[in-house]
Design a protein around this ligand. Structure first.
Ligand SMILES: Cc1cc2nc3c(=O)[nH]c(=O)nc-3n(C[C@H](O)[C@H](O)[C@H](O)COP(=O)(O)OP(=O)(O)OC[C@H]3O[C@@H](n4cnc5c(N)ncnc54)[C@H](O)[C@@H]3O)c2cc1C
Length: 495
Protein backbone atom coordinates (compact mmCIF):
# COMPACT_ATOMS: atom_id res chain seq x y z
CA UNK A 1 0.00 0.00 0.00
CA UNK A 2 2.68 2.59 1.00
CA UNK A 3 2.08 6.32 1.43
CA UNK A 4 -1.58 6.77 2.22
CA UNK A 5 -4.06 9.59 1.74
CA UNK A 6 -5.92 11.65 4.32
CA UNK A 7 -9.19 9.87 3.65
CA UNK A 8 -7.51 6.49 4.18
CA UNK A 9 -6.24 7.74 7.56
CA UNK A 10 -9.73 8.96 8.53
CA UNK A 11 -11.30 5.73 7.32
CA UNK A 12 -8.87 3.76 9.52
CA UNK A 13 -9.92 5.77 12.58
CA UNK A 14 -13.60 5.27 11.76
CA UNK A 15 -13.20 1.51 11.33
CA UNK A 16 -11.01 0.97 14.40
CA UNK A 17 -11.55 3.92 16.71
CA UNK A 18 -9.21 4.25 19.68
CA UNK A 19 -10.95 3.76 23.04
CA UNK A 20 -11.05 7.49 23.85
CA UNK A 21 -12.94 9.03 26.74
CA UNK A 22 -13.62 12.76 26.75
CA UNK A 23 -15.78 14.53 29.35
CA UNK A 24 -17.04 11.22 30.69
CA UNK A 25 -18.21 9.91 27.34
CA UNK A 26 -16.74 7.29 24.97
CA UNK A 27 -15.83 8.80 21.59
CA UNK A 28 -17.29 6.44 19.02
CA UNK A 29 -15.99 8.28 15.97
CA UNK A 30 -12.99 10.61 16.45
CA UNK A 31 -13.37 11.91 12.89
CA UNK A 32 -16.70 13.53 13.79
CA UNK A 33 -16.46 14.18 17.56
CA UNK A 34 -16.25 17.98 18.09
CA UNK A 35 -13.06 17.74 20.21
CA UNK A 36 -11.07 15.57 17.80
CA UNK A 37 -12.50 15.99 14.29
CA UNK A 38 -10.48 19.11 13.44
CA UNK A 39 -7.12 17.71 14.48
CA UNK A 40 -8.00 14.41 12.73
CA UNK A 41 -8.53 16.41 9.54
CA UNK A 42 -5.30 18.35 10.12
CA UNK A 43 -3.36 15.06 10.30
CA UNK A 44 -5.29 13.80 7.25
CA UNK A 45 -4.16 16.92 5.41
CA UNK A 46 -0.51 15.95 6.06
CA UNK A 47 -1.11 12.52 4.54
CA UNK A 48 -2.76 14.18 1.54
CA UNK A 49 0.30 16.37 1.00
CA UNK A 50 2.22 13.15 0.28
CA UNK A 51 0.22 12.96 -2.95
CA UNK A 52 0.61 16.59 -3.95
CA UNK A 53 2.67 16.50 -7.18
CA UNK A 54 4.66 19.53 -5.94
CA UNK A 55 5.61 17.80 -2.69
CA UNK A 56 5.61 14.12 -3.57
CA UNK A 57 9.38 13.88 -3.95
CA UNK A 58 9.92 15.77 -0.70
CA UNK A 59 7.47 13.77 1.37
CA UNK A 60 7.86 10.27 -0.07
CA UNK A 61 10.52 8.00 -1.56
CA UNK A 62 10.28 5.14 -4.03
CA UNK A 63 11.34 1.57 -3.37
CA UNK A 64 10.51 -1.44 -5.56
CA UNK A 65 7.94 0.58 -7.48
CA UNK A 66 6.10 1.65 -4.32
CA UNK A 67 6.09 5.10 -2.66
CA UNK A 68 6.59 5.29 1.11
CA UNK A 69 6.53 8.16 3.58
CA UNK A 70 9.98 9.78 3.70
CA UNK A 71 10.20 9.41 7.49
CA UNK A 72 10.44 5.62 7.00
CA UNK A 73 13.59 6.03 4.90
CA UNK A 74 16.64 4.22 6.28
CA UNK A 75 19.31 6.92 6.05
CA UNK A 76 22.55 5.59 4.62
CA UNK A 77 24.16 8.96 3.82
CA UNK A 78 24.10 12.57 4.94
CA UNK A 79 22.10 13.34 1.82
CA UNK A 80 19.42 10.91 3.06
CA UNK A 81 19.30 12.83 6.35
CA UNK A 82 18.92 16.08 4.41
CA UNK A 83 16.07 14.61 2.36
CA UNK A 84 14.36 13.45 5.52
CA UNK A 85 14.89 16.82 7.22
CA UNK A 86 13.14 18.54 4.29
CA UNK A 87 10.19 16.20 4.84
CA UNK A 88 10.00 16.94 8.59
CA UNK A 89 10.17 20.66 7.84
CA UNK A 90 7.45 20.54 5.16
CA UNK A 91 4.98 18.80 7.49
CA UNK A 92 5.85 21.13 10.37
CA UNK A 93 5.49 24.20 8.14
CA UNK A 94 1.95 23.12 7.26
CA UNK A 95 0.88 23.55 10.91
CA UNK A 96 3.39 26.35 11.69
CA UNK A 97 5.16 23.83 13.96
CA UNK A 98 2.20 23.75 16.36
CA UNK A 99 1.61 19.98 16.20
CA UNK A 100 4.46 18.29 18.02
CA UNK A 101 3.58 14.67 17.41
CA UNK A 102 3.05 14.48 13.67
CA UNK A 103 3.49 10.81 12.66
CA UNK A 104 7.07 11.29 11.39
CA UNK A 105 8.26 11.62 15.02
CA UNK A 106 7.58 7.97 15.83
CA UNK A 107 8.28 6.70 12.32
CA UNK A 108 11.97 7.57 12.76
CA UNK A 109 11.92 5.92 16.19
CA UNK A 110 10.61 2.71 14.60
CA UNK A 111 13.10 2.87 11.74
CA UNK A 112 16.08 3.14 14.11
CA UNK A 113 14.77 0.41 16.44
CA UNK A 114 14.08 -1.97 13.53
CA UNK A 115 17.56 -1.48 12.11
CA UNK A 116 18.90 -2.32 15.58
CA UNK A 117 16.99 -5.63 15.61
CA UNK A 118 20.08 -7.41 16.98
CA UNK A 119 19.82 -5.29 20.11
CA UNK A 120 16.31 -6.56 20.85
CA UNK A 121 17.32 -10.13 19.92
CA UNK A 122 19.61 -10.09 22.96
CA UNK A 123 16.59 -10.02 25.24
CA UNK A 124 15.82 -13.39 26.86
CA UNK A 125 12.49 -12.44 28.42
CA UNK A 126 11.65 -13.96 31.81
CA UNK A 127 13.97 -16.90 31.22
CA UNK A 128 10.94 -19.25 31.19
CA UNK A 129 10.79 -21.64 28.20
CA UNK A 130 9.17 -19.79 25.30
CA UNK A 131 9.62 -16.33 26.80
CA UNK A 132 12.77 -15.27 24.98
CA UNK A 133 11.25 -14.93 21.52
CA UNK A 134 12.76 -13.39 18.48
CA UNK A 135 12.12 -9.82 19.65
CA UNK A 136 14.43 -8.19 17.12
CA UNK A 137 12.62 -9.89 14.26
CA UNK A 138 9.32 -8.68 15.77
CA UNK A 139 10.67 -5.13 15.81
CA UNK A 140 11.81 -5.35 12.20
CA UNK A 141 8.51 -6.82 10.99
CA UNK A 142 6.55 -4.20 12.90
CA UNK A 143 8.46 -1.39 11.19
CA UNK A 144 7.68 -3.01 7.80
CA UNK A 145 4.01 -3.32 8.77
CA UNK A 146 3.71 0.33 9.85
CA UNK A 147 5.62 1.54 6.78
CA UNK A 148 3.52 -0.58 4.42
CA UNK A 149 0.22 0.74 5.87
CA UNK A 150 1.60 4.22 6.66
CA UNK A 151 0.07 4.02 10.12
CA UNK A 152 -0.09 6.82 12.66
CA UNK A 153 1.35 6.00 16.08
CA UNK A 154 1.11 7.53 19.53
CA UNK A 155 3.38 6.59 22.43
CA UNK A 156 3.49 6.73 26.23
CA UNK A 157 6.72 6.47 28.17
CA UNK A 158 6.29 7.72 31.74
CA UNK A 159 4.59 6.17 34.78
CA UNK A 160 1.70 7.88 36.60
CA UNK A 161 2.87 10.72 38.86
CA UNK A 162 1.76 9.11 42.11
CA UNK A 163 4.94 9.31 44.19
CA UNK A 164 8.25 10.09 42.53
CA UNK A 165 10.27 9.36 45.68
CA UNK A 166 9.74 5.60 45.44
CA UNK A 167 10.00 2.97 42.70
CA UNK A 168 7.01 1.56 40.83
CA UNK A 169 6.90 -1.59 42.98
CA UNK A 170 6.57 0.49 46.19
CA UNK A 171 3.44 2.36 45.12
CA UNK A 172 0.14 1.44 46.90
CA UNK A 173 -0.61 -1.04 44.12
CA UNK A 174 2.18 -2.79 42.17
CA UNK A 175 0.17 -2.25 38.98
CA UNK A 176 -0.26 1.52 39.10
CA UNK A 177 2.75 1.70 36.79
CA UNK A 178 2.34 -0.43 33.68
CA UNK A 179 3.63 -3.92 34.45
CA UNK A 180 3.75 -7.45 33.08
CA UNK A 181 1.10 -9.67 34.71
CA UNK A 182 1.66 -13.05 33.07
CA UNK A 183 2.75 -14.83 29.92
CA UNK A 184 0.25 -17.00 28.03
CA UNK A 185 0.36 -19.07 24.84
CA UNK A 186 -1.04 -16.10 22.88
CA UNK A 187 1.01 -13.32 24.40
CA UNK A 188 1.69 -11.23 27.49
CA UNK A 189 -0.96 -9.66 29.75
CA UNK A 190 -0.17 -6.04 30.74
CA UNK A 191 -1.82 -4.04 33.55
CA UNK A 192 -1.39 -0.48 34.85
CA UNK A 193 -1.11 2.96 33.31
CA UNK A 194 1.19 5.30 31.48
CA UNK A 195 0.96 9.03 32.14
CA UNK A 196 0.81 10.71 28.79
CA UNK A 197 0.17 9.98 25.13
CA UNK A 198 -0.17 12.98 22.84
CA UNK A 199 -2.21 12.43 19.68
CA UNK A 200 -4.27 9.47 20.91
CA UNK A 201 -6.28 9.65 17.69
CA UNK A 202 -3.77 7.21 16.22
CA UNK A 203 -3.90 3.72 14.75
CA UNK A 204 -1.42 2.15 17.15
CA UNK A 205 0.32 2.85 20.45
CA UNK A 206 4.02 2.20 20.96
CA UNK A 207 5.11 1.43 24.50
CA UNK A 208 8.83 1.85 24.84
CA UNK A 209 11.09 1.92 27.88
CA UNK A 210 12.09 5.42 28.89
CA UNK A 211 12.36 6.14 32.61
CA UNK A 212 15.44 4.57 34.16
CA UNK A 213 14.48 1.39 36.00
CA UNK A 214 16.23 0.22 39.15
CA UNK A 215 13.67 -2.29 40.32
CA UNK A 216 15.86 -5.41 40.31
CA UNK A 217 19.35 -6.29 39.28
CA UNK A 218 18.42 -7.65 35.87
CA UNK A 219 14.71 -8.60 35.76
CA UNK A 220 11.73 -6.34 36.29
CA UNK A 221 8.10 -6.60 35.37
CA UNK A 222 8.28 -2.88 34.52
CA UNK A 223 10.79 -3.45 31.69
CA UNK A 224 9.01 -3.86 28.36
CA UNK A 225 8.57 -2.63 24.79
CA UNK A 226 5.61 -3.46 22.58
CA UNK A 227 3.00 -2.01 20.22
CA UNK A 228 -0.73 -2.66 19.83
CA UNK A 229 -3.70 -1.11 18.01
CA UNK A 230 -5.29 1.78 19.94
CA UNK A 231 -8.62 -0.06 19.64
CA UNK A 232 -7.37 -3.14 21.55
CA UNK A 233 -9.89 -4.39 24.16
CA UNK A 234 -8.98 -3.28 27.69
CA UNK A 235 -6.90 -0.31 26.49
CA UNK A 236 -8.38 3.08 27.42
CA UNK A 237 -7.33 6.65 26.70
CA UNK A 238 -8.65 9.15 29.23
CA UNK A 239 -8.26 12.52 27.48
CA UNK A 240 -7.75 15.88 29.13
CA UNK A 241 -10.28 18.69 28.74
CA UNK A 242 -10.38 19.64 25.05
CA UNK A 243 -8.74 22.87 23.90
CA UNK A 244 -10.69 22.76 20.66
CA UNK A 245 -13.97 24.12 22.01
CA UNK A 246 -15.80 24.42 18.72
CA UNK A 247 -14.89 28.02 17.98
CA UNK A 248 -14.57 29.50 14.49
CA UNK A 249 -11.02 28.84 13.16
CA UNK A 250 -10.80 32.57 12.47
CA UNK A 251 -11.17 33.23 16.21
CA UNK A 252 -9.07 30.26 17.42
CA UNK A 253 -6.74 29.75 14.43
CA UNK A 254 -4.57 27.11 16.13
CA UNK A 255 -6.81 25.63 18.84
CA UNK A 256 -9.59 24.95 16.34
CA UNK A 257 -7.19 23.00 14.11
CA UNK A 258 -4.29 21.51 16.02
CA UNK A 259 -5.39 20.34 19.47
CA UNK A 260 -3.51 17.03 19.38
CA UNK A 261 -5.10 15.98 22.71
CA UNK A 262 -3.09 14.37 25.51
CA UNK A 263 -4.36 11.19 27.13
CA UNK A 264 -3.70 9.12 30.19
CA UNK A 265 -3.37 5.48 29.03
CA UNK A 266 -4.90 2.63 31.01
CA UNK A 267 -4.16 -1.05 30.40
CA UNK A 268 -6.88 -3.14 32.00
CA UNK A 269 -5.30 -6.60 31.57
CA UNK A 270 -4.51 -6.09 27.92
CA UNK A 271 -3.23 -9.10 25.97
CA UNK A 272 -0.28 -8.18 23.76
CA UNK A 273 0.36 -10.86 21.12
CA UNK A 274 3.88 -12.34 21.14
CA UNK A 275 4.67 -10.97 17.69
CA UNK A 276 4.15 -7.45 19.06
CA UNK A 277 6.59 -7.82 21.97
CA UNK A 278 10.01 -6.25 21.42
CA UNK A 279 11.53 -6.45 24.90
CA UNK A 280 10.53 -8.10 28.17
CA UNK A 281 11.92 -8.08 31.73
CA UNK A 282 15.44 -6.96 30.79
CA UNK A 283 16.23 -3.82 32.79
CA UNK A 284 19.63 -3.18 31.24
CA UNK A 285 18.39 -3.43 27.66
CA UNK A 286 15.31 -1.36 28.55
CA UNK A 287 17.33 1.44 30.14
CA UNK A 288 19.58 1.77 27.10
CA UNK A 289 17.06 1.10 24.32
CA UNK A 290 16.70 4.68 23.08
CA UNK A 291 20.41 5.47 23.30
CA UNK A 292 21.89 2.24 21.95
CA UNK A 293 19.56 1.96 18.95
CA UNK A 294 20.14 5.61 17.96
CA UNK A 295 16.36 6.21 18.01
CA UNK A 296 16.66 9.20 20.33
CA UNK A 297 18.93 11.01 17.86
CA UNK A 298 16.63 10.47 14.89
CA UNK A 299 13.70 11.71 17.00
CA UNK A 300 15.71 14.72 18.18
CA UNK A 301 16.51 15.49 14.54
CA UNK A 302 12.79 15.50 13.69
CA UNK A 303 12.21 17.74 16.71
CA UNK A 304 14.83 20.32 15.68
CA UNK A 305 13.33 20.54 12.17
CA UNK A 306 9.91 21.14 13.75
CA UNK A 307 11.27 23.76 16.14
CA UNK A 308 12.86 25.63 13.23
CA UNK A 309 9.43 25.75 11.57
CA UNK A 310 7.83 26.92 14.82
CA UNK A 311 10.44 29.63 15.41
CA UNK A 312 10.06 30.87 11.83
CA UNK A 313 6.31 31.14 12.47
CA UNK A 314 6.86 33.03 15.72
CA UNK A 315 9.31 35.38 13.99
CA UNK A 316 6.80 35.91 11.19
CA UNK A 317 4.05 36.72 13.69
CA UNK A 318 6.30 39.06 15.70
CA UNK A 319 7.38 41.04 12.63
CA UNK A 320 3.79 41.16 11.32
CA UNK A 321 2.67 42.70 14.63
CA UNK A 322 5.49 45.25 14.42
CA UNK A 323 4.52 46.09 10.84
CA UNK A 324 0.83 46.33 11.74
CA UNK A 325 1.21 48.86 14.53
CA UNK A 326 4.26 50.68 13.21
CA UNK A 327 6.42 49.92 16.25
CA UNK A 328 9.51 48.98 14.25
CA UNK A 329 10.83 52.54 14.63
CA UNK A 330 11.72 51.83 18.26
CA UNK A 331 15.13 50.31 18.97
CA UNK A 332 13.96 48.02 21.78
CA UNK A 333 11.35 46.59 19.40
CA UNK A 334 14.06 45.84 16.82
CA UNK A 335 16.14 44.23 19.58
CA UNK A 336 13.17 42.04 20.60
CA UNK A 337 12.60 40.82 17.03
CA UNK A 338 16.33 40.13 16.80
CA UNK A 339 15.98 37.65 19.66
CA UNK A 340 13.76 35.50 17.41
CA UNK A 341 16.36 35.74 14.64
CA UNK A 342 19.17 34.64 16.97
CA UNK A 343 17.12 31.67 18.20
CA UNK A 344 16.23 30.67 14.66
CA UNK A 345 19.81 30.86 13.41
CA UNK A 346 21.10 28.87 16.40
CA UNK A 347 18.56 26.11 15.67
CA UNK A 348 19.39 26.11 11.96
CA UNK A 349 23.12 25.90 12.72
CA UNK A 350 22.57 23.02 15.16
CA UNK A 351 20.49 21.11 12.58
CA UNK A 352 23.19 21.54 9.94
CA UNK A 353 25.91 20.55 12.43
CA UNK A 354 23.92 17.42 13.38
CA UNK A 355 23.79 16.31 9.74
CA UNK A 356 27.35 17.34 8.82
CA UNK A 357 28.68 15.51 11.88
CA UNK A 358 26.55 12.39 11.22
CA UNK A 359 28.23 8.98 11.25
CA UNK A 360 26.97 5.45 10.55
CA UNK A 361 26.02 3.65 13.78
CA UNK A 362 26.75 0.01 14.64
CA UNK A 363 23.75 -1.03 12.51
CA UNK A 364 24.80 0.88 9.39
CA UNK A 365 22.28 3.71 9.83
CA UNK A 366 23.60 7.23 9.17
CA UNK A 367 22.96 8.83 12.54
CA UNK A 368 22.92 12.57 13.24
CA UNK A 369 25.60 13.86 15.62
CA UNK A 370 24.63 13.84 19.25
CA UNK A 371 26.29 17.08 20.49
CA UNK A 372 24.28 19.60 18.42
CA UNK A 373 21.02 17.71 19.01
CA UNK A 374 21.58 17.56 22.78
CA UNK A 375 22.34 21.27 22.69
CA UNK A 376 19.12 21.95 20.75
CA UNK A 377 16.88 19.90 23.01
CA UNK A 378 18.30 21.52 26.12
CA UNK A 379 18.26 25.01 24.61
CA UNK A 380 14.73 25.25 23.18
CA UNK A 381 12.79 24.52 26.42
CA UNK A 382 14.72 27.41 28.00
CA UNK A 383 14.23 29.90 25.19
CA UNK A 384 10.61 29.08 24.29
CA UNK A 385 9.01 30.89 27.27
CA UNK A 386 11.06 33.95 26.31
CA UNK A 387 9.73 33.83 22.72
CA UNK A 388 6.21 33.76 24.16
CA UNK A 389 7.00 36.69 26.41
CA UNK A 390 8.41 38.64 23.45
CA UNK A 391 5.20 38.17 21.45
CA UNK A 392 3.25 39.44 24.46
CA UNK A 393 5.58 42.42 24.95
CA UNK A 394 5.36 43.33 21.25
CA UNK A 395 1.59 42.85 20.97
CA UNK A 396 0.68 44.27 24.40
CA UNK A 397 -3.07 45.00 24.70
CA UNK A 398 -3.49 44.11 21.02
CA UNK A 399 -3.29 40.40 21.77
CA UNK A 400 -6.15 40.52 24.24
CA UNK A 401 -8.43 43.22 22.82
CA UNK A 402 -9.68 41.12 19.95
CA UNK A 403 -13.40 41.11 19.20
CA UNK A 404 -14.53 37.93 17.47
CA UNK A 405 -15.65 37.48 13.90
CA UNK A 406 -19.27 37.60 15.17
CA UNK A 407 -18.51 40.96 16.82
CA UNK A 408 -17.01 42.23 13.59
CA UNK A 409 -20.05 41.13 11.63
CA UNK A 410 -22.51 42.45 14.26
CA UNK A 411 -23.85 45.94 15.04
CA UNK A 412 -20.46 47.11 16.42
CA UNK A 413 -18.77 46.25 13.11
CA UNK A 414 -18.28 49.84 11.88
CA UNK A 415 -16.72 50.89 15.21
CA UNK A 416 -14.44 47.87 15.21
CA UNK A 417 -13.42 48.63 11.62
CA UNK A 418 -12.50 52.19 12.58
CA UNK A 419 -10.80 51.77 15.95
CA UNK A 420 -9.12 48.40 15.54
CA UNK A 421 -7.60 48.93 12.12
CA UNK A 422 -3.82 48.73 11.81
CA UNK A 423 -1.34 51.19 10.33
CA UNK A 424 -1.00 48.95 7.30
CA UNK A 425 -4.10 46.74 7.41
CA UNK A 426 -7.87 46.63 7.90
CA UNK A 427 -9.38 45.70 11.26
CA UNK A 428 -10.25 42.27 9.89
CA UNK A 429 -6.64 41.59 8.83
CA UNK A 430 -5.26 43.00 12.06
CA UNK A 431 -7.60 40.93 14.23
CA UNK A 432 -6.78 37.72 12.36
CA UNK A 433 -3.08 38.34 12.98
CA UNK A 434 -3.45 39.23 16.64
CA UNK A 435 -5.72 36.23 17.22
CA UNK A 436 -2.97 34.01 15.82
CA UNK A 437 -0.41 35.62 18.15
CA UNK A 438 -2.83 35.11 21.07
CA UNK A 439 -3.39 31.44 20.20
CA UNK A 440 0.37 30.93 19.88
CA UNK A 441 1.15 32.29 23.32
CA UNK A 442 -1.76 33.23 25.55
CA UNK A 443 -4.87 31.11 24.97
CA UNK A 444 -5.35 27.72 26.65
CA UNK A 445 -3.87 26.23 23.47
CA UNK A 446 -0.85 28.55 23.74
CA UNK A 447 -0.39 27.78 27.45
CA UNK A 448 -0.36 24.05 26.73
CA UNK A 449 2.28 24.65 24.04
CA UNK A 450 4.41 26.37 26.66
CA UNK A 451 4.17 23.35 28.98
CA UNK A 452 4.70 20.96 26.08
CA UNK A 453 7.93 22.66 24.99
CA UNK A 454 9.33 22.35 28.52
CA UNK A 455 8.56 18.66 28.96
CA UNK A 456 7.78 16.76 25.77
CA UNK A 457 11.29 15.33 25.38
CA UNK A 458 11.64 14.53 29.09
CA UNK A 459 12.22 16.32 32.38
CA UNK A 460 14.42 19.35 31.55
CA UNK A 461 16.36 18.91 34.80
CA UNK A 462 17.25 15.30 34.13
CA UNK A 463 18.04 16.07 30.47
CA UNK A 464 20.62 18.63 31.58
CA UNK A 465 22.05 16.22 34.15
CA UNK A 466 22.30 13.54 31.44
CA UNK A 467 24.14 15.99 29.19
CA UNK A 468 26.51 16.79 32.04
CA UNK A 469 27.15 13.06 32.56
CA UNK A 470 27.84 12.08 28.96
CA UNK A 471 29.59 15.17 27.61
CA UNK A 472 33.36 14.70 27.44
CA UNK A 473 34.64 17.68 29.40
CA UNK A 474 38.08 16.25 30.15
CA UNK A 475 39.97 17.73 27.16
CA UNK A 476 39.01 21.22 28.35
CA UNK A 477 39.94 20.45 31.94
CA UNK A 478 43.31 19.16 30.68
CA UNK A 479 43.85 22.32 28.66
CA UNK A 480 43.22 24.52 31.70
CA UNK A 481 45.65 22.47 33.77
CA UNK A 482 48.26 22.61 31.01
CA UNK A 483 47.83 26.38 30.84
CA UNK A 484 48.16 26.76 34.61
CA UNK A 485 51.30 24.67 34.62
CA UNK A 486 52.71 26.75 31.76
CA UNK A 487 51.96 29.94 33.71
CA UNK A 488 53.69 28.48 36.75
CA UNK A 489 56.74 27.56 34.61
CA UNK A 490 56.94 31.06 33.07
CA UNK A 491 56.72 32.56 36.56
CA UNK A 492 59.65 30.35 37.67
CA UNK A 493 61.62 31.35 34.54
CA UNK A 494 60.99 35.05 35.26
CA UNK A 495 62.32 34.59 38.83
C1 LIG B 1 1.93 18.55 27.00
C2 LIG B 1 2.74 17.31 27.21
C3 LIG B 1 2.71 16.31 26.25
C4 LIG B 1 3.42 15.13 26.44
N1 LIG B 1 3.36 14.13 25.50
C5 LIG B 1 3.95 12.94 25.74
C6 LIG B 1 3.83 11.85 24.83
O1 LIG B 1 3.23 11.96 23.76
N2 LIG B 1 4.40 10.68 25.15
C7 LIG B 1 5.10 10.51 26.30
O2 LIG B 1 5.59 9.43 26.54
N3 LIG B 1 5.24 11.52 27.18
C8 LIG B 1 4.69 12.72 26.94
N4 LIG B 1 4.82 13.74 27.84
C9 LIG B 1 5.44 13.42 29.13
C10 LIG B 1 6.85 13.89 29.29
O3 LIG B 1 7.72 12.91 28.81
C11 LIG B 1 7.03 14.12 30.78
O4 LIG B 1 6.26 15.24 31.16
C12 LIG B 1 8.45 14.34 31.20
O5 LIG B 1 9.23 13.21 30.95
C13 LIG B 1 8.51 14.63 32.71
O6 LIG B 1 7.90 13.58 33.42
P1 LIG B 1 6.66 13.87 34.36
O7 LIG B 1 5.71 14.77 33.68
O8 LIG B 1 6.15 12.56 34.81
O9 LIG B 1 7.27 14.70 35.55
P2 LIG B 1 7.85 14.13 36.91
O10 LIG B 1 8.87 13.09 36.62
O11 LIG B 1 6.74 13.70 37.79
O12 LIG B 1 8.54 15.42 37.50
C14 LIG B 1 7.84 16.38 38.32
C15 LIG B 1 8.88 17.22 39.07
O13 LIG B 1 9.67 16.38 39.93
C16 LIG B 1 11.05 16.41 39.56
N5 LIG B 1 11.56 15.02 39.57
C17 LIG B 1 10.84 13.88 39.49
N6 LIG B 1 11.64 12.82 39.53
C18 LIG B 1 12.89 13.28 39.61
C19 LIG B 1 14.18 12.66 39.65
N7 LIG B 1 14.31 11.34 39.61
N8 LIG B 1 15.26 13.45 39.71
C20 LIG B 1 15.14 14.79 39.73
N9 LIG B 1 13.96 15.43 39.70
C21 LIG B 1 12.85 14.68 39.63
C22 LIG B 1 11.07 16.98 38.13
O14 LIG B 1 12.29 17.67 37.85
C23 LIG B 1 9.86 17.92 38.13
O15 LIG B 1 10.21 19.15 38.67
C24 LIG B 1 4.16 14.94 27.64
C25 LIG B 1 4.21 15.97 28.59
C26 LIG B 1 3.51 17.13 28.39
C27 LIG B 1 3.57 18.20 29.45
Amino acid sequence: MGARTGSEFLEGLRKNPPNLYIDGVRVTDPTTHPATRNVAHSIARLYDLQHDPQLQDVLTYEENGQRYGMSFLIPRSKEDLRRRAAMHKAWADDCLGFMGRTPDYLNVNLMAAAMAAEYFNRCEGSGEPGSGRNYGENMRRYYEFVREHDLCLTHALTNPQVNRSVGASQLPDPYIALGIVRETEEGVVMRGARMMATLPIADEILIFPSTVLKENEDKSKYAMAFAIPTSTPGLYFQCREPLDIGRDPEDHPLGARYDEQDAFVIFDDVLVPWERIFLLYDVKLANQAYGQTGAVLHMAHQVVCGKIAKTEALLGAAQSIVNAIGSGVFQHVQQKVSEFIVTLEILRALEIAAVEGATPNAYGVMTPARGPLDAARNYYPQVYPRLNELIQLLGASGIIMMPTRADREGPMGPHIAKYLQAGNASAEERLRLFRLAWDMTLSSFGARQNLYEKHFFGDPVRMQCALYEIYDKQPFVDRIHAFLERSAESAVAAD
